[in-house]
Design a binder for this molecule. Structure first.
Ligand SMILES: Cc1cc2nc3c(=O)[nH]c(=O)nc-3n(C[C@H](O)[C@H](O)[C@H](O)COP(=O)(O)OP(=O)(O)OC[C@H]3O[C@@H](n4cnc5c(N)ncnc54)[C@H](O)[C@@H]3O)c2cc1C
Length: 490
């Protein structure tokens, strides 16, 4: 009897102990892992850990989940202010997530309908053939760190000399086609000039369709599926999410078995065994000196300094109804020398809007695309100026047989101005590729004196071969989550 009573009290004591530990953990808000940022990388990391039973806190500075993926209601459906397409199939966590959950994705044909600045349709076949040729040559670059624009110009001229010398002799066309190609590259890389982009890159394209759209579901569906909130799903019990919570300090200990301490701008402090930080390389460049205590080691600082983030922005209009000549296409704008010369200096940015596409998430919206310094400028110009000049641009290129109607709404992106992104995506520039190990250095965890990871780094810029994409960012989040999980949790 006494023995039993003793056993019961021992049991009671240990149960009480467990409750006490849990209570202390709750009161001091200690988690297994804190994830900073809920873009593709952070959401993948947080949900992977939470599904494996880890107690996870995710802190997101903005009032929404998604980061550089931002689906918004617009027109008669949705538009994407950030990532637009799933690039490739195999192996893509993004594509797989859609397919496993029976969500259809639609292939978008991006063959260009080229129009010239005098309102005429350009030789569509020729323009597309030359764009394809140039993009194909990107695959043939070597590990020489050379400006991509110079390389492609040389290749294209050699090709035309051998196959279509008359095109080469058309100086006006060549000048403006090369300018268009510069902007096509700018769209992919976020570069200001295609000569800022290096011929030396570790980027690898996934096989399969490069332009699959989440159409009316929106890219946000990817996040809802990861978080188990799709169509009213209950979420994940082990994952605590705090939006509007900006992290300002991460104190990472050298002493083993000591928690990492994360302070937020609202004064809240959280503790965890470790932290996965997923903010963009633009944010790290601006904030790393104040964000980490102790300061980051030199190889990390150099990696942050040496990597390049580009800017790509969109201006989206909605109209009462579609008025453009072809319902689903990409209109490319090919200036003619004489007309371009007449554009006032203060309006030059308009010549850097290289085209307009018809998003698959709605039927009455048009997205205009720009990059580099022009993008940064467009983010800051008065809204009415951007609107008026863009409508003039559409009238000039697409309005030969129609008067472009007044748009009923306009959105423009501010990926550079936004303090939580400071750019659109990283790219391999001529300057960054002088240090080709930067992405690997950025992705290395900070460890305590026992070699245990305390601060782990994910985000698109840390992915060695699929940086600049949603699938690359997601892979990086998975990579860091797996660093913290025993292989049995796979
Ligand atoms: C205009 C545009 C078009 C694109 N098009 C495509 C495309 O078609 N296909 C494709 O695959 N990719 C595309 N991309 C790239 C893709 O969107 C990104 O590579 C990817 O979404 C990056 O995810 P991430 O998790 O690394 O970073 P992010 O999405 O930037 O996530 C980081 C998160 O951290 C948060 N954060 C920042 N600072 C703090 C702080 N101090 N405290 C707390 N939280 C903080 C941010 O708010 C953000 O939510 C596009 C990007 C842009 C901008």
């Amino acid at each position: 009897m006494l023995q039993k009573r003793n056993q019961r009290s021992v049991l009671n004591i240990s149960v009480r102990k467990i409750y006490k530990v849990k209570l202390i953990q709750l009161l001091t808000m200690q988690y297994d892992t804190i994830v900073v940022g809920l873009g593709s990388a952070g959401t993948t990391a947080a949900t992977t850990l939470a599904r494996a039973g880890r107690r996870v806190l995710a802190l997101e500075a903005q009032n929404r989940i998604g980061g550089r993926v931002n689906t918004v209601q617009f027109g008669d459906g949705v538009v994407e202010l950030g990532a637009e397409w799933i690039h490739g199939i195999n192996p893509s966590r993004v594509y797989d997530t859609a397919i496993k959950n029976n969500i259809t994705v639609l292939s978008q044909d991006l063959t260009m309908d080229a129009y010239t600045s005098d309102g005429r349709q350009a030789d569509k076949e020729l323009v597309n053939e030359l764009i394809e040729y140039c993009l194909g040559q990107v695959e043939n670059t070597t590990n020489d760190n050379q400006p991509l624009g110079d390389f492609l110009t040389k290749k294209l001229k050699e090709h035309l000399n051998a196959t279509k010398p008359s095109v080469l002799e058309d100086e006006d066309f060549m000048e403006n086609f090369l300018d268009l190609m510069d902007q096509v590259v700018g769209n992919y890389e976020g570069s200001n000039s295609w000569n800022d982009v290096s011929t030396f890159t570790h980027y690898q394209e996934l096989s399969g369709d490069q332009h699959m759209s989440w159409h009316r579901n929106g890219y946000k569906t990817f996040f809802e599926l990861l978080l188990n909130t799709y169509q009213g799903g209950p979420g994940l019990p082990n994952l605590n999410i705090k939006l509007n919570t900006e992290v300002t300090k991460i104190v990472w200990p050298q002493k083993p078995l000591t928690p990492v301490e994360v302070t937020c701008s609202n004064g809240e402090v959280f503790k965890a065994d470790n932290v996965i930080i997923t903010v963009s390389i633009g944010v790290l460049k601006e904030r790393h000196t104040s964000l980490f205590k102790p300061s980051l080691p030199i190889d990390k600082v150099q990696a942050i300094d040496n990597l390049t983030i580009g800017v790509m922005d969109k201006i989206v209009f909605t109209f009462d109804k579609a008025w453009w000549p072809n319902l689903h296409t990409f209109f490319a704008f090919l200036w003619r020398r004489e007309e371009k010369k007449k554009v006032l200096e203060e309006d030059r940015w308009i010549t850097k809007i290289f085209g307009a596409s018809t998003p698959l998430g709605s039927s009455n919206t048009l997205t205009l695309w720009t990059s580099g310094d022009a993008g940064k400028l467009v983010e800051k110009l008065p809204e009415d100026v951007v609107k008026r000049k863009c409508i003039e641009l559409l009238q000039r290129f697409l309005g030969a047989n129609t008067t472009v109607p007044e748009p009923t709404g306009m959105l423009r992106t501010t990926w550079f101005t936004n303090p939580y992104t400071r750019g659109s995506y990283s790219y391999d520039s001529v300057t960054s590729m002088k240090y080709p190990n930067s992405r690997a250095d950025l992705g290395k965890p900070l460890v305590d004196s026992a070699g245990v990871p305390k601060v782990l780094f994910a985000g698109e810029a840390t992915d060695l071969t699929h940086f600049s994409t949603v699938h690359g960012a997601s892979d990086s989040g998975f990579r860091e989550a797996m660093r913290l999980l025993p292989s049995s949790k796979l």
